[in-house]
Design a protein around this ligand. Structure first.
Ligand SMILES: *Cc1c(COP(=O)(O)O)cnc(C)c1O
Length: 227
C-alpha cells in the first residue's frame, strides 16, 4: 500500500519537474534504490511498475539478483575490483566508475563474457574526502584513458553532491554537472556515447531534473527509511 502511494508521489514530482523544462516523464529514468531493503519490497515495487533497481554492494546485489533476475539492475556504489567478476553479467549499468584500475578490471571481465559494459563516471563534485569519484579537473584525462578500453562504453556521468539544506547550493552542483555533461557530449573518442546524466536522490531529484538529469536515483522516497 505505502510503496504504491510513494511511487505515485515520486512520479508526480518527476512529471512536475519535467514539465517545467518542457520534458516528458518518459525522458527521465527512475532507478529505485533498493539497497538495505528486503526482496519483498522490491517485488512490491515491481508489481507497481518499477523495472530498474539500484544496489551499492556487490554481495547484496548477488543475493537479490538470484531471487529477482527479471528486472534491470544498476550498480551505484563504490565497486571493489575483486567483486567485478561477480556482477559483470548481472548489471545493465555501472554508475560508479571511479578509477582507471577499476576500468581495467571491468574491461577485462567484460571481455571474458563478450560484453561491452556501459558505465558512468562518478564525479566527486564537492571534492569530499568521504566520497569516491574523480574531480572535475581530472575528467578530460580520465575520459581519454577510459576510451582505450574496448569492452567499456562510456555513457555519461553521475554524482552525489554534498549534503546541505540549501537547495540553491545543491542546484549549483547540478549546474556544474550539466556543464561537464554537455562538454563530454562534444568530445569525439572511441567507446564514447554520452547520453546519461545521473543525479538527484529523494530530497533533490526535482532540482536535478530541472537542471538536466535524465537518470534519478530514489531510495527513501519509494521504500521508506532503510533498515
Ligand atoms: C543510497 C543512494 C541513493 C538513494 O538515496 P535516497 O536519499 O534514499 O533516495 C542514490 N544514489 C546513491 C549512489 C546511493 O548510494
Amino acid at each position: 500500500m505505502e510503496i504504491a502511494e510513494n511511487i505515485k508521489a515520486v512520479f508526480s514530482k518527476i512529471d512536475e519537474a519535467a514539465n517545467k523544462i518542457g520534458k516528458k516523464r518518459d525522458e527521465i529514468i527512475l532507478v529505485a534504490v533498493s539497497k538495505m531493503h528486503p526482496v519483498e519490497k522490491i517485488l512490491e515495487a515491481k508489481e507497481h511498475g518499477l523495472m530498474i533497481f539500484g544496489e551499492s554492494r556487490a554481495q547484496e546485489l548477488l543475493q537479490k539478483y538470484e531471487m529477482i533476475p527479471d528486472v534491470t539492475w544498476h550498480f551505484i556504489g563504490h565497486l571493489q575490483r575483486n567483486k567485478v567478476k561477480y556482477i559483470i553479467d548481472k548489471v545493465a549499468l555501472i554508475q560508479s566508475l571511479d578509477s582507471i584500475e577499476l576500468a581495467q578490471e571491468i574491461d577485462k571481465r567484460a571481455k571474458k563474457i563478450g560484453k561491452k559494459m556501459p558505465v558512468l563516471i562518478e564525479i566527486n563534485i564537492g571534492k569530499e574526502l568521504s566520497k569516491s569519484g574523480i574531480y572535475e579537473e581530472e575528467i578530460d584525462e580520465f575520459v581519454k584513458k577510459v576510451s582505450e578500453f574496448e569492452n567499456i562504453i562510456l555513457n555519461g556521468i553521475m554524482t552525489i553532491p554534498p549534503v546541505t539544506d540549501d537547495r540553491n547550493k545543491t542546484r549549483d552542483y547540478f549546474k556544474r554537472m550539466r556543464f561537464l555533461y554537455e562538454r563530454l557530449k562534444q568530445i569525439n573518442l572511441p567507446n564514447h556515447d554520452i547520453k546519461f546524466l545521473s543525479m538527484g536522490m529523494t530530497d533533490d531529484f526535482d532540482i536535478a531534473i530541472e537542471e538536466g538529469a535524465n537518470i534519478v536515483r530514489v531510495g527513501t522516497g519509494i521504500f521508506g527509511r532503510r533498515m
